[in-house]
Design a protein around this ligand. Structure first.
Ligand code: MN
Length: 498
């Protein structure tokens, strides 16, 4: 996925005319140094571009307008080297549609005790200039990220890197189209939601298709293309039974993969859903195809779950190039042995191999429900490490994102369950985490990632303006319930007539 290639963050420095040309020249020089440092920081995956120092309301409004209209610009980093009276910023910030990170830093790391004089004080005013700018943001109820610390500080760079990944994911939502084959599965509630509200709040659009449209695409595939893809499977995966490479079931799986990929590419879709209930004309449930497309960066939700599909696409954008993987996931079954409580996460087939700790095995087995032919799938287990589960639900008046960090642990062999799977211990423990998750209405489907942690999803959720609730080590259930009650009130008031 070459997602970050063209994206830019604009580094914007605020000042004013009061100090004279000499100070402004120095402000510009220092800003260029910081911009260059951020641009070269390996952790920040996008370009950081210096913009002229802003000293007037017109210049600020003009810059914000340019940022709004420039596709490549995915956000602004603002810095107040000197004092920059914030009334100048109000009109610009009111019009800004791009995310903003207020970098509360100062050029010098240490106070030069021996040399410090009034000239130094006139130039290096971040400590109070940043607060004035902060007031304007708070007065405008502006959603923004504040990062405090010296600009060479590793933690600051990491926070900016995380925010910039979230900003790219936000930009991606604005052009994200989701193909939805069939409707919702049976009477499942949590996978439903208001697609118009989702577009208003979360930008992406969901487009419905009959599964026949996909079948038609699959029927147009040449035998040669199918043969080539199967030989790729043979090279990429462990195939214990080489006979399956000649099986008609695998040919059908390859045909579905090519058809699905063609359909998605032609329509400009970066995410999709299928439903097990509606496979008319498809010989098998798309399993292998879904796994491989997810590994390429497509979002996916089973059973018509477009919210999870969109979330996974955004998580994949944020995680692009990081160690670890991201997948569609489902809480499948529990291990409730005292002291060793854990969740087995899996799905019928559709788990992304990017989270695998081993080379996947290619296998074909019956599904035991659905009455279709035996589907091909990749079988593997996720390796131990840290991960996170995220879920977005529609509460009628708002979208809520739930976050729960987990520790992936070694999964015993399950010779009779040939699906991709993950075994994890949720934080703080299964009992508390599952109780809180259920109280907050979290879905059984999640976006699961071993590449991201909650900081990425917080930045992303904040940019979308949705509710975020953490289920983590320090959770106290009674306080958590109160938080949900207060949030109900806040979002009700905030929603107003919308
Ligand atoms: Mn499911």
């Amino acid at each position: 996925m070459d997602i970050y290639g063209n994206s830019e963050i604009w580094f914007v420095t605020g000042s004013q005319h009061l100090y004279g040309e000499e100070v402004l020249r120095k402000v510009k020089e220092d800003s260029e140094v910081i911009t260059g440092y951020l641009d070269e920081a390996r952790e920040i995956p996008v370009k950081v571009v210096f913009k002229p120092v802003l000293t007037s309301a017109d210049a600020i409004t003009g810059l914000c307008s340019q940022a709004n209209n420039e596709d490549k610009c995915i956000g602004l980093i603002t810095w107040m080297h000197t004092f920059s009276p914030a009334k100048m910023w109000i009109n610009g910030l009111k019009s800004l549609t791009k995310p903003i990170l207020h970098f509360h830093t100062q050029f010098n790391r240490d106070i030069p005790w021996k040399d410090i004089d009034m000239d130094f004080m006139n130039l290096n005013q971040s400590a109070h200039g940043g607060r004035e700018f902060g007031f304007a943001g708070s007065r405008l109820r502006l959603e923004r990220k504040v990062v405090t610390g010296h600009w060479k500080d590793k933690q600051c760079i990491e926070e900016i890197a995380i925010w910039s990944r979230a900003a790219v994911a936000l930009a991606d939502t604005k052009k994200l189209r989701i193909a939805r084959f069939g409707d919702n599965m049976r009477d499942v509630a949590v996978t439903e939601g208001d697609k118009v509200s989702a577009q208003v709040q979360m930008n992406y659009s969901v487009h419905g298709y009959g599964v026949g449209d996909l079948v038609k695409e699959c029927n147009d595939i040449s035998d040669k293309d199918i043969e080539n893809l199967i030989s790729e499977y043979g090279d990429l995966y462990r195939v214990e039974d080489r006979n399956i490479l000649k099986s008609d079931f695998l040919k059908d799986a390859a045909r579905i993969e090519i058809g699905l990929r063609n359909f998605l590419e032609r329509g400009g879709f970066k995410a999709f859903t299928t439903t097990f209930e509606d496979l008319h004309g498809l010989p098998q449930l798309p399993g292998l195809a879904v796994q491989r497309l997810m590994a390429e960066g497509y979002g996916f939700g089973a059973e018509g779950d477009w919210k999870t599909s969109a979330l996974i696409r955004s998580m994949k954008v944020m995680a692009s190039g990081l160690d670890g993987g991201t997948s569609f996931m489902e809480d499948y079954t529990y291990h409730l042995e005292p002291g060793k409580n854990a969740v087995l996460g899996a799905h019928m087939l559709e788990i992304c191999p990017s989270i695998g700790g081993e080379k996947p095995k290619l296998e074909i087995h019956p599904l035991s429900i659905g009455g279709k032919e035996d589907p091909a799938r990749l079988v593997f287990k996720a390796g131990p490490g840290n991960g996170i589960n995220a879920s977005i639900i529609d509460l009628g008046n708002r979208f809520r994102m739930l976050l729960n960090p987990v520790r992936v642990i070694e999964c015993p062999d399950m010779p009779k369950l040939p699906v991709a799977s993950v075994l994890w211990e949720p934080a703080p423990d299964l009992k508390t985490a599952a109780t809180a998750w259920i109280i907050a209405g979290g879905a059984h489907h999640t976006g699961f990632s071993t590449a991201l942690d909650k900081r990425y999803l917080h930045d992303f959720g904040s940019m979308l303006g949705i509710e975020i609730v953490d289920i983590d080590r320090d959770i106290i259930l009674e306080e958590f319930k109160n938080q949900l009650r207060w949030n109900d009130l806040f979002f009700h008031l905030k929603g107003g007539m919308a």
